[in-house]
Design a protein around this ligand. Structure first.
Ligand SMILES: [Fe+2]
Length: 181
């Protein structure tokens, strides 16, 4: 199956799925993030990363239950593994780093924590909390950390009910342009 159709199937399977503790569905959230990336003139590969950054939540069917029980299912890594079979390294890395970018921002931007949604404050704890200064330095030295920080900002903003009128089909060209096969 081609990559676009695979993504379409996954998005359809999750169309009613809540975005853990947020006011919108997971699919709406990911489309909203991709739209924010586009509006911010991000390159198409980064728009695709924004569109797919939480796909690990769709792949982890028990993600919501896991969060309720305080377990981190590492949706960042689950998603990155899936993406690695279908897209180049830049997209994989940014998705892999989007949770670390939150830990970096909380540690280094004092106003950032207050801007997080309540659900995201809860998951921060489950995900291990903010970075130490050594972890922050290590993160900044990691390839694509700057783009992961950009994605993180879209991620935090893309949680508004009815915040986008776009659909997955609006990103078909970007997906096909960047897919490996
Ligand atoms: Fe997200």
């Amino acid at each position: 199956m081609n990559t676009y159709l695979e993504i379409e199937d996954l998005f359809l399977s999750a169309s009613a799925a809540e975005y853990l503790g947020e006011d919108i569905t997971l699919v709406e959230h990911m489309i909203q993030c991709a739209e924010l990336a586009q509006r911010d003139n991000a390159p198409s590969w980064l728009v695709v990363a924004a569109l797919l950054h939480d796909i690990g939540h769709i792949l982890s069917v028990d993600a919501a239950h896991a969060q309720d029980s305080g377990v981190d299912r590492h949706h960042d890594l689950v998603g990155a593994d899936w993406i690695a079979q279908r897209f180049p390294e830049n997209i994989v890395q940014v998705v892999k780093l989007h949770v670390e970018a939150k830990k970096y921002l909380v540690a280094n931007d004092k106003s950032y924590f207050d801007k997080l949604s309540e659900a995201s404050k809860v998951t921060l704890k489950i995900q291990g909390g903010e970075f130490t200064s050594a972890q922050s330095q290590e993160f900044l030295a990691t390839p694509f950390s700057a783009e992961a920080i950009r994605l993180r900002i879209w991620d935090d903003c893309g949680k508004k009910r009815g915040g986008t009128e776009l659909t997955l089909a609006d990103f078909k060209d970007a997906i096909e342009e960047n897919a490996l096969a």
